[in-house]
Design a protein around this ligand. Structure first.
Ligand code: ZN
Length: 143
């Protein structure tokens, strides 16, 4: 796991577990068992990105479908300040599936400190035993 992140801090993905007992194992190379677990770990990577950009940006890159992902360099750029993640629902995406969706709402603050909500239905597929983020449909700022 990235050495600059305290493993005892609460994981940003919202499970209530510590980072060391939650998303750190995926950031360190472990395979997420479900689409939801991958989605949460990608959210944590975004939320912690400024703490250790290179390994977390590489994590976002390698867990993104190669046909859809942006260049690695762009993923290292600072983003908004991510707040609470709420999983709204999932379809498939389990250990015996090859595809699935995760619907979520994420709160964030932009550069001026204004609060926003992002509502997205993300699509995932599994390749070689590993879940990959494909793309998502964002339904905009609810506020
Ligand atoms: Zn987590």
């Amino acid at each position: 796991m990235p050495a600059t992140i305290d493993p005892s801090q609460r994981c940003p993905c919202g499970t209530g577990d510590s980072y060391g007992e939650c998303c750190a194992r995926f950031h360190s190379g472990g395979a997420a068992p479900t689409a939801e677990a991958l989605m949460r770990s990608r959210y944590s990577a975004y939320a912690l990105l400024d703490r250790d950009p290179a390994p977390l940006a590489r994590y976002l890159h390698r867990t993104w479908d190669a046909a859809e992902r942006p260049p690695l360099a762009g993923l290292m750029e600072p983003g908004p300040e991510w707040g609470r993640l709420t999983i709204v629902g999932t379809t498939a995406g389990g250990p015996f599936d090859d595809a699935g969706t995760v619907e979520f709402v994420a709160q964030f603050r932009d550069g001026s400190g204004a609060r926003h909500r992002m509502h997205e239905v993300s699509r995932f597929r599994r390749e070689g035993g590993r879940w990959l983020y494909v793309t998502g449909d964002v339904s905009g700022d609810g506020d």
